[in-house]
Design a protein around this ligand. Sequence first.
Ligand SMILES: Nc1ncnc2c1ncn2[C@@H]1O[C@H](COP(=O)(O)OP(=O)(O)OP(=O)(O)O)[C@@H](O)[C@H]1O
Ligand SMILES: [Mg+2]
Length: 218
Amino acid sequence: MTERIPGLFVTGSDTGVGKSVAAAWLAGHLNARYWKPVQSGLEEESDSMLVARLAGMEAGSVFPETYRLNAPLSPHESARRDGVEIRLEAFRLPDAGDAPLVVEGAGGVLVPLNARDKMVDLMVRLALPVVVVARTALGTINHTLLTLEALRHRKLEVIGVILSGPPNRVNREAIVGFGGVELLAELPWLDPLDRERLAAVAPWDGVAWERLRRRLGR
Ligand SMILES: Nc1ncnc2c1ncn2[C@@H]1O[C@H](COP(=O)(O)OP(=O)(O)OP(=O)(O)O)[C@@H](O)[C@H]1O
Ligand SMILES: [Mg+2]
């Protein structure tokens, strides 16, 4: 498929795998805007703030979250504790104009949003092609292949994978080979993690990145 797309949905094989860091890398390289529909946990720096900082984005390039939930828990439980019910109908893809939109999920694809719907149901509603962020460490092959199966089962288009962590050739080749996916980038562990170091990470050398840029009009 090569038609024009308005943006990407960044999901992950798990929580804490580096979705926000990957979203910042994407937003920086694509000069994109960013939206986090569901933020669980408001005590520390929010994902919107982290991405804006790491991508050097102006505040106006970050769309407000639809749900801001207090506890750093699965959205269904965090919402319950706040006395809120997450409703799929409440989500509207923001209009980013000519800029691509990078959307970041919460947790992985099957985390519940309420008593019925999961994150993947929101992904189907938004209908954006998907980027999967995965760890490089042991365990990642299983988690990533399960995530890819769940996405394809719902007919969501998978654009590619971004790996996060110390490079591991064996795991990378297994994910690409068994998953039938392309690699967009391998983000090494950056210490310190800052805007300059993240911007300096080059896309994976292959056709996937250039094809994605064209489809996003970049
Ligand atoms: N490539 C990296 N280099 C250095 N630190 C990283 C990298 N990737 C992730 N981290 C660290 O791990 C933390 C978790 O990463 P990140 O916030 O991107 O995960 P996430 O998948 O977005 O989590 P959540 O499910 O909470 O949205 C980051 O705040 C950062 O400190
Ligand atoms: Mg995040």
